[in-house]
Every structure is written in structure tokens, then in C-alpha cells.
Design a protein around this ligand. Structure first.
Ligand code: ITT
Length: 183
């Protein structure tokens, strides 16, 4: 098994990535040293900077994950600000913003950044289209999972195996694992 340091403060991401990557011979170990999150409009720039910064700081190969929920009716909000908005508003108030809104379409995106010390980072993105539910449903998962619905069920209502077979994170990590095979 190849072990990769996953720099994140979010243990839920580590568990999901660990489950997904275990099927392709990779284990992940969390390091929560944190990295400066640029105030950028796209997840790619945040992941790129974070991966390079963490590889140089820890002097080993690392991965980071920057994710965001983009709600169409809200012009892509909260997008790259998803962590801040989750901490300040939370799911209930996002649902209030969506009150009476017929267009419930949303996309969850994940960008994995990978880097080795003194090398250029590589990025792998994945996304899944879904809808913002009318209310919070399900007690699985974390973050926005109770309000993000795919095929009639929220991520919060799915078991881990189901979410990890179709999520934005799964899609990004599969591209990463495929690329890593030859590195
Ligand atoms: P790190 O930056 O330390 O990795 P974070 O939780 O701040 O951890 P993000 O900025 O990528 O990570 O996350 C944006 C927000 O979206 C944050 O509130 C997460 O909890 C949430 N989030 C990320 N992935 C999610 C998923 O698969 N399901 C539900 N919410 C998710």
C-alpha cells in the first residue's frame, strides 16, 4: 500500500478518501497542519496553492482537497466560500435563502491537489450534479450532506458506500489514482 499524507482539518474527508482509495492500494494519513486558503474565486487556485505550500512545509508528497457547493439559483453561492458559509449560516439558513425557489439545481465540486517537494502540483477535479432538498434529511455524512440530493436521496440519507460510489470526491480521487499509477 502506498501512503499519502492528506493535509486537511476535516476528518470526514479523510475517512471518505481512505475508503475510496483503499480499493486502489493507497492509504491516507491526516496531517492537520493547515494551509493558507487563498480568497480565490475557484477551487483549483486554492488547491494548487495549498498542495505546493504543504509539500514544501512537510517535505513529502501530499494531497489536499478543496470542495464547494455551487447553487445555480444563487449564482453559484457559496462555491469557494462553502466552509465559511457553512460555519456562519449553516444548512437551515441556506434552505431559507432557497425558500420558494423553483430552480433547486446545484453542483458539488471537489478538487484534489497533489504535490511533491519542489515540484509543480497536479490537480484532479470531480463534480456531481444534484438538487437542494426542501428540508434537511438524513443523519449520515457531514457538512452540506443533509441538503444535497442526488437521484431522490440526500447524501445524508445514503450510506457511506453509496455516497462514496458517486460523489464529487470519488470522481476526483479516481482520476488522481489513475494518474498516480504511473508516477
Ligand atoms: P480543509 O480545508 O481543512 O480540507 P474544510 O472542511 O474547510 O477542510 P473545504 O473548504 O473543502 O474543507 O469545505 C468546504 C465546505 O464544504 C465545508 O463546510 C465542508 O464541511 C463542506 N463539504 C466538503 N465536502 C463535503 C461533502 O462531501 N459533503 C458535504 N459537505 C462537504
Amino acid at each position: 500500500m502506498r501512503k499519502i499524507i492528506f493535509v486537511t482539518g476535516n476528518p470526514h474527508k479523510v475517512r471518505e478518501a481512505g475508503d475510496i482509495l483503499s480499493h486502489v492500494g493507497i492509504t491516507v494519513e491526516q496531517n492537520d497542519c493547515g494551509y493558507p486558503e487563498l480568497q480565490e474565486d475557484d477551487l483549483e487556485a486554492i488547491a494548487l496553492y495549498g498542495a505546493r505550500w504543504a509539500a514544501d512545509k512537510l517535505n513529502c508528497e501530499v494531497m489536499v482537497d478543496d470542495s464547494g457547493l455551487f447553487i445555480e439559483a444563487l449564482g453559484g453561492f457559496p462555491g469557494p466560500y462553502s466552509a465559511y458559509v457553512f460555519d456562519t449560516l449553516g444548512n437551515e439558513r441556506i434552505l431559507k435563502l432557497m425558500d420558494g425557489e423553483a430552480n433547486r439545481r446545484a453542483v458539488f465540486k471537489c478538487v484534489i491537489g497533489y504535490c511533491r517537494p519542489c515540484e509543480e502540483p497536479s490537480l484532479f477535479s470531480g463534480e456531481v450534479a444534484g438538487e437542494i432538498s426542501a428540508g434537511m434529511r438524513g443523519c449520515g455524512g457531514f457538512g452540506y450532506d443533509p441538503i444535497f440530493e442526488v437521484g431522490g436521496a440526500t447524501f445524508g440519507e445514503m450510506n457511506e458506500e453509496k455516497k462514496n460510489s458517486l460523489s464529487h470526491r470519488y470522481r476526483a480521487l479516481m482520476k488522481f489514482a489513475e494518474w498516480l499509477k504511473y508516477r
